[in-house]
Design a protein around this ligand. Structure first.
Ligand code: SF4
Length: 413
């Protein structure tokens, strides 16, 4: 376990630009931890403001992925530079320093690089399909030093075309990936695991290919059957969800690559990063949403500062608490009925351009998510992941009430 970790550190230090690495360690590492500590301190005062905000800066995309919930085929809407800077400056003034930048395809936003340049004291994770990252753009990102590209790969050649509704998808993405690595950027590869790619991409062989290519970290999401065309057949079974968790825990101890997950604490207990309040989302319309796939909102960043909006939102509070009272998993997958109920109770706006979000929920059947049955949790084996999650990534006590009630019920049954 120790040797792969030392190899990972050594190859990261030797392959990444030094100034970029220093910004990562300071703006994401030190200041990121500080922002979570501030978040925990505010929680004790009953104030909910997430340390990590994810911003979908526009809806446009050059691909058409199965199960995409973004209005990629609609006329372009985007959050302009002024509003993006307002969001980040307000969040920064409350201790935040890390932001996830999504789309559509964020590289299609004309002010993206001006936005990154405006915040040298922050670190951004850029969720991209990589196809628009030319050598010139990768050089610009290196110059900025405060961006890590997280490039999504959804399958081998044939599956990638099918999953993403394009031609030569994998090769075009790999060209963007290589431009990032050649320009010494800390670079990750993300996959939304589903029936058509799990056998190819949830393998040690695939991770070793990424390591050989120079990739620094991987992120395995699990396919969410949501949006206008849900492709329910692609979703993972409970057994596969368990296999994913087991694989991630084992590979963290075996391979010199970082592996992110956002769905389990150090003890292997499932969690939802919306319900524990560690992250929330802003849509391309500026709507303040619980998370990217919950396309309802009662507030918009155009109505006021993000701190005031989030800390005062009754809708967001009720969403977190309702989710935490009902599941440690994904409320959208497990209880789409509750999502509809909450949206109607608060008179929340459908934030999609297609205006079919309620109809989509009505068409969804409840299904499994990341929540493995009690007693089947798979704890972290790697001490560093376990330690980091114990302090900075866990449920922050939001499930205590649900578990107390479950224990009481068990005692009386
Ligand atoms: S509601 Fe579901 S998709 Fe949203 S953050 Fe929670 S687990 Fe993830």
């Amino acid at each position: 376990m120790i040797l792969p970790s030392l190899q990972f550190a050594a190859r990261t230090f030797s392959s990444a630009d030094k100034r970029h690495l220093a910004k990562f360690m300071w703006n994401f590492g030190y200041k990121g931890v500080r922002s979570v500590n501030l978040f925990k301190k505010r929680l004790k005062e009953g104030i909910h403001f997430p340390p990590f905000i994810y911003i979908s800066i526009l809806n446009s995309c050059n691909l058409r992925c199965q199960g995409c919930w973004v209005d990629v085929d609609k006329p372009q809407i985007k959050i302009d530079l002024d509003d993006l800077n307002k969001i980040v400056n307000d969040a920064k003034s409350h201790g935040n320093s890390f932001f996830g930048i999504l789309g559509g395809e964020p590289l299609m936003h004309p002010e993206l690089f001006d936005f990154f340049a405006a915040h040298p004291d922050c670190f951004f994770q850029l969720f991209t399909n990589g196809q628009m990252i030319t050598d010139k753009k990768a050089k610009q990102l290196r110059q900025l030093g405060n961006v890590t590209p997280l490039i999504s790969i959804e399958g081998t050649e044939v599956v990638a075309n099918e999953r993403r509704g394009g031609k030569d998808v994998l090769n075009r993405t790999l060209r963007g990936l290589d431009n990032c690595l050649n320009n010494k950027l800390l670079t990750g590869v993300a996959t939304s695991l589903c029936q058509t790619n799990i056998d190819d991409l949830l393998t040690e062989e695939w991770l070793r290919k990424l390591i050989d290519r120079g990739v620094h970290y991987a992120w395995y999401h699990t396919y969410r059957p949501v949006g206008p065309q849900i492709h329910d057949e692609l979703a993972l079974t409970p057994e596969q969800a368990r296999t994913v968790r087991e694989f991630v825990v084992n590979m963290r101890t075996k391979l010199p690559i970082g592996i992110i997950d956002a769905y389990y604490d150090g003890e292997g207990k499932a969690l939802c990063p919306m319900a524990n309040g560690i992250s929330h989302h802003i849509s391309p319309t500026g709507a303040v949403e619980p998370c990217p796939i919950i396309q309802f909102a009662t507030e918009n960043v155009k109505d006021g500062g993000i701190y005031d909006t989030l800390t005062k939102s009754a809708f967001m509070k009720d969403f977190r608490e309702t989710a935490a009272k009902n599941t440690r998993g994904c409320i959208v997958l497990e209880r789409p009925d509750l999502v509809k109920e909450l949206a109607e109770k608060h008179g929340a706006k459908d934030t999609t351009l297609r205006q079919t979000a309620i109809k989509e929920l009505e068409g969804m059947k409840a299904r499994n998510s990341q929540w493995l049955p009690t007693g089947e949790e798979i704890p972290e084996k790697h001490p560093v992941y376990r330690w980091a999650k114990r302090y900075w990534f866990n449920d922050f006590g939001v499930y205590d009430e649900m578990e107390r009630k479950a224990a009481e019920k068990k005692a009386t049954d």
